[in-house]
Design a protein around this ligand. Sequence first.
Ligand code: M6R
Length: 624
Amino acid sequence: MCGIVGYVGLRETPGRELYALDYVLEGLRRLEYRGYDSAGVAVVADGAVDCRKKAGKVSSLDAELAANPLPDAVLGIGHTRWATHGGPTDVNAHPHVIDHGRLAVVHNGIIENFAELKNELTGKGYTFESETDTEVAGTLVADYYNKDAGRDLTEAVRLASQRLEGAFTLLAIHADHPDRIVAARYNSPLVIGLGKDENFLGSDVSGFIQHTKQAVEMDNNQIVTITATDYSIIDFDGNPVSGKPFEVTWDAAAAEKGGFNSFMEKEIHDQPSAVHDTLLGRLDETGHLTLDELRIDESLLRSVDKIVVIACGTAAYAGHVARYAIEHWCRIPTEVELAHEFRYRDPIVNEKTLVVALSQSGETMDTLMAIRHAREQGAKVIAICNTNGSSIPRESDANLYTHAGPEIAVASTKAFLAQITAAYLLGLYLAQLRGNMFADEIGEVLSELQAMPEKIQTVIDGADEIKAMGTEMGDTESVLFLGRHVGFPVALEGALKLKEIAYIHAEGFAAGELKHGPIALIEPGQKVFVVVPSPRGRNALHSKVVSNIQEIRARGAETIVIAEEGDEAVAPYANHVISVPASPTLLQPLLATVPLQIFACAMAEAKGYDVDQPRNLAKSVTVE
Ligand code: M6R
């Protein structure tokens, strides 16, 4: 939640036409998916801090800047907010300018002890303009700056950081120091970008990807000071530490809309390559599955007696798919738990438990906290993550990266398919290691997986009908989704997509559960999507779902059936049949999810909503 950008450059660098503000605004636009309740920027110029901020999206800030321009500067910070303490107003927007207009701070996270600190600072005579915890943190920095830190900005941020509880990335600039930005990181994301005679800070690499691919990871409890030509990191005790340099593997074009109406639409179309890239390089020359990056003791993986998958939202639904596959292939009991519930129910995990954490952003605080809890109990954690250098892979024992590229739309699409793909790989790898499957059986599934990108492309290419349905159903108030087996998490995901971007009531059910209550919701005209498993293979499952369709049709439901091509059995009971290519039942989510994403996207567009930035949401949920 919240996007943060910092930029400092040398004015005299030949060829540099942009000033700090241009870089900061460009970074904010790229990070806007992290929060878009308000936005603001501050620069140091002519010995003073100057700031503009506005409730609303970065476009509102652009208008404000057009009306009230900021002076040219070589240094600036910016923020796009997802409100926590204090509503989304101009006053609560960041940056907060403190110390008689000489210090400006932006912050991502929540300062849990802000009330106590505010009392203490009020007692010292400070007053506050906003309702935010950020202004309190900034005032604490100012207090240290003018007293104990002897006007050393890095030291002031360090001393303040030692007092802050909760989660924070805090950037500070001061009129006395027109050449530097100081930033502290604790439980909230921050990466450093290294350019030539210019350096950057960003909540993630999108904040500077246009200008450099050279980045540095920071750990928690660290403070970085950047100038145009240098950076230095210390820990909260003041000891020098080194960051971990890495090169960003995707380019700026991957974070552009590429001619599509929205990022979501583009990311739906990216799915064949997201799955393809996630499968890439996983086999050795003998066809043996090798997950090189999964640096974890093999004997440990052999001794695992339980797997717990933890994740939130869409990633948790990918976890449900993973469970069906892992249990079937590896015969290891597997549970799936919402990360925010996991650690509060005193879960039974120990050295023999393997925890698999799924996260696109790698910054979801609920998932991060669950990982920490699991590791404290002795469990090993493998992260399936899409973001290099983020907190979740850093705090896990081993990582399996998805290669979906940057996902900008708040509604997850390609990351979901990539997570499922990576989970299949993990399941097959465990089965190979533990001898649960023969090599040819594993090879068969892998070839089916390799055929998936082309099949996903077929679904996307044939999506005109489902798109038209989404557009036509713009005034629908409720849609239900049914599925069984791996079709159940697909149904849940279909419903989440509609809630999230089309703001309508939508619910996903296990089809077998219908008769235990939800069938009472069916009335004439009720739209119901049904995800039908392949008629081949698990035949009993298929006929049960066909019976479920009959039951709801008999009560007047309008049924939209996602079924394998050539599945004639569903036709008599379906108002609409959306065909997907044939695939093994366990792999079907990679195909059946796609029409549901396209439907939600079309409906939200028809309703005139901002598909990429739905209300009240943010892309990465970095608060608990
Ligand atoms: O970054 P993560 O995968 O950890 O995010 C988890 C959820 O917040 C996320 O999947 C969310 O449910 C999506 N916005 C849904 O489309």
